[in-house]
Ligand binder design. Sequence first.
Ligand code: RIB
Length: 306
Amino acid sequence: MKMLNFGSLNIDHIYHVDHFVTPGETIAAASLSVSAGGKGLNQSIALARSGLTTYHAGCIGADGIFLKTLLEERGVQTNYLRTIDGVNGHAIIQVNAQGQNSIIIFGGSNQAITPEQVDQSLGTLSPEDMVLLQNETNLVGYIARQCHKLHIPVAFNPSPISQELLENFPFETVSYLLVNETEAERITNCHDPEDVAAYLLARYPDMKVVMTLGSKGAYYADRDHALYQSAFPVNAVDTTGAGDTFTGFFLGLVQQGYSCAEALRYACAASAIAVTQNGAAPSIPTLDMVQAFLSKRKQEFAQIRT
Ligand code: RIB
């Protein structure tokens, strides 16, 4: 069983600022760092770090070769990755004093996936495998439809959400939908997690709905179960990539046989660790780090109760 992630790979330019720049304003950044990112790449690293066999498919430019090397160093298989002539995708990220971010992406190589590349890669999968998609590459609708024809389950993180996606994406092909509160509201016009799940499950009864709730934690629902997991309070320095870390750990662990409740707890812990570190890909913890974090929290909780 393996995960094939058709996803973006970005070069992140991260500027630490006092506040997000406003219209007409020029501000000086306190620091600049350049590191690996892209929702796809981040999620692949988190999947591999959870212990799942993970393949990343997508496109890089010549300036993005280091992204391939990084994926390989983090245990992700890259034989479905293609190098193209154009420039690599990149992101301009402002991180403010509260650790929140504001992101502009430039698609570049992430928009160069071809139907032939999709068909070739999917041809190597079986229905026990799974394909993961986000909305930072081209052809997401095509990939989802092809998977459906081949009976390959699809996990979809519709991020960043767009009107085009809402109008054209075949949500009926999705087995796992992983959304934040904004994405959930754009798709369903509902805010409360239970209402979001009710809306989606009425239309797609086999769907598994996973919703991140920021500082409130996360929620999971399918036709038989619904459960909440609270967030683990930490001092956030940079929230970039925290949602990707959650997605990768949740799916990776569920695919390895963890219960949804356990996978939700581990994913919340992994994203809590991620926000305490700068950067997207560099902040993704290992499974050992997540386990150590959870056992420390358990001991602290036991001490409070005694
Ligand atoms: O989710 C965080 C990611 O969004 C960043 O790494 C950036 O590249 C953008 O894709």
